[in-house]
Design a protein around this ligand. Structure first.
Ligand code: NAD
Length: 501
């Protein structure tokens, strides 16, 4: 682990901007005004690399959510947003994207403070957010209905459909990419004409609060975007149960996703759920191992394994199994753990003490279940929630470390003999988010891609995403898709109109 932080001049400037922002008091954004939570309670935000308190954020409750929903409802039903043309909505989104790009360094630094990811990663994630905002800015003017020649016994009709915004939406987001996930949700929601209440994760809300200021600077009318920080079990649950919210777009764990399904039954809210995963990474015996070994290592170790589609199960053809496991272990030992502001850091800390405990518990469980630690397996550093990249082998197919999402830098590796056996074992999971296959035979690659039960398959690469391609999961990895035309459809209702001629 690096001890002395080596920072570029750009990073030093960004860090100062971020510190200045964190020093200001934090409030909720409701109806265009910043205000404290009604109960006046706050939560600490900690730097996971140093365990220092960064700032306090408001702990919003049910009454704050009620006020935010009222503001969002008013903005949806009347006022400038309700009358705004799709072109004007698109222009506002584009302006928001430009302002995020202008403030990218500060936002990346805030994200690095808040969740520990290295600056190279947070800079990239801010860029992804900007691209998503621009993609959907263009789509605001491409929302179509259809006219249909209907056959009616009751006369001649002009019949057509309209695609209309679903209404007030709750956006509940996780801590592993706080700003980007908000951009992924808000861009299609606002392009569609919805208004929203955002509930960022309680441990990493800072960047989203700064985002709220930028939304105001872009000129969105009051009440279109509201932000209520606070605990999932209070502010999040209040959004889930609110009868005046028409839809929830949620990214987070499968367990909380399940509770949202139950809560949504109250008023039959629409739901988009982007949930957990336990994604297989497959290496065939004909793969280019110089690409496959680092590919498999970074599929799991990027962002210290805190990625929903992390390639956490590694299946390797038995002819190359030993070479690949050794290669992945050696690659992981060369990764530098450290403070995200250090330009030499490859991997930051885990996001919290709780997350580090969770990973430690899984390692202990893996050993109890007969697994073998090839490398890693320990927390490290004098302060901060750092954890060594870990490779486990010899785990039984029904071991909990093989079946459950750990959400840390832990991969379980196992050999396979033939493709049928491989496909069965890769699909033997309740999840279905991502999957990767490295092979020199393109025909094998496409055959396997077809048989894998996952929403995203990467061939000779891993984790590539694009605003134009749908992203989402099969089975317990979620409902619906984000990105692409599907992403905006999720914020639209179809209306059928019949006019007698
Ligand atoms: P989490 O489910 O604990 O929390 C996610 C959000 O839900 C937070 O804002 C939290 O405050 C809120 N929440 C918690 N309890 C709630 C409740 N009862 N009602 C309403 N809201 C509630 O998830 P996390 O720990 O923040 O993130 C990690 C999880 O997110 C992992 O399982 C990961 O796979 C998943 N994830 C999925 C994707 C994807 O696109 N599929 C992307 C990122 C993360």
């Amino acid at each position: 682990m690096s001890v002395d932080t080596v920072m570029s001049p750009e990073t030093t400037t960004a860090l100062t901007l971020a510190r200045d922002y964190m020093a200001k008091p934090k409030q909720l954004l409701i109806g265009g005004k910043w205000m404290p939570s009604l109960a006046g309670e706050t939560l600490e935000s900690l730097d996971p690399a140093t365990e220092e308190i960064l700032c306090h954020i408001p702990a919003g409750g049910k009454e704050d959510v009620d006020a935010a929903v009222r503001a969002a409802r008013n903005a949806f039903d009347s006022g400038p947003w309700a009358l705004m043309s799709s072109r004007a909505r698109g222009e506002l989104l584009w302006k928001l994207a430009d302002l995020i790009a202008d403030n990218a360094e500060e936002l990346a630094a805030l994200e690095t403070f808040d969740n520990g990811s290295p600056m190279a990663a947070t800079r990239y994630m801010v860029k992804v957010g900007v691209e998503t905002l621009r993609y959907y800015a263009g789509m605001a003017t491409k929302i179509y209905g259809q006219s249909t020649d209907i056959s009616s016994d009751f006369g001649e009709f002009h019949a057509y459909t309209r695609a209309e915004p679903v209404g007030v939406v709750g956006l509940i987001t996780p801590w592993n990419a706080p700003l980007t996930v908000v951009c992924n949700k808000i861009a299609p929601a606002l392009a569609a004409g919805c208004t929203c209440v955002i509930k960022p994760p309680e441990i990493t809300s800072i960047t989203v609060l700064r985002f709220g200021e930028i939304v105001q600077e872009a000129g969105f009318p009051d009440g279109v975007v509201n932000i209520v920080t606070g605990l999932g079990t209070t502010a999040g649950a209040a959004i889930a149960e609110h009868r005046d919210i028409d839809k929830i777009s949620f990214t987070g764990s499968t367990a909380v996703g399940r509770s949202l399904v139950r809560a949504a039954a109250g008023n039959f809210k629409r739901l988009t759920l982007e949930l957990g995963g336990k994604s297989p990474m497959i290496i065939m015996d004909d793969a280019d191992l110089d690409a496959a070994i680092p590919g498999a290592a970074m599929a799991i170790f990027a962002n210290s394994g805190q990625v929903c589609f992390a390639g956490s199960r590694l299946y390797v053809h038995k002819k190359v199994y030993d070479v690949v496991v050794k290669g992945v272990a050696e690659f992981s030992k060369a990764l530098r753990l450290g403070n995200g502001f250090d330009g030499q850091t490859h991997l930051g800390p885990l996001v919290s003490q709780k997350q580090r405990e969770r990973v430690l518990n899984y390692i202990a469980l893996g050993l109890e279940e007969g697994g073998n630690v090839v490398t890693g397996g320990k927390a490290c550093g004098d302060r901060g929630y750092f954890f060594e990249p870990t490779v486990l082998t010899n785990c039984k197919t029904d071991a909990r470390v093989v079946c459950e999402e750990i959400f840390g830098p832990v991969v379980v590796a196992a050999p396979f003999d033939n493709i049928d056996e491989l496909v069965n074992v890769a699909n033997d999971t309740p999840y279905g988010l991502g999957a990767g296959v490295f092979t020199g035979d393109i025909s094998t690659a496409h055959k396997i891609a077809k048989r894998l039960r996952a929403g995203n398959v990467w061939i000779n690469c891993y984790g590539i995403l694009d605003a134009s391609m749908p992203f989402g999961g099969f089975r317990e990895s979620g409902w619906g898709r984000e990105f692409g035309p599907e992403g905006i459809d999720a914020f639209l209702e179809k209306k059928a109109v019949y006019a007698k001629l």
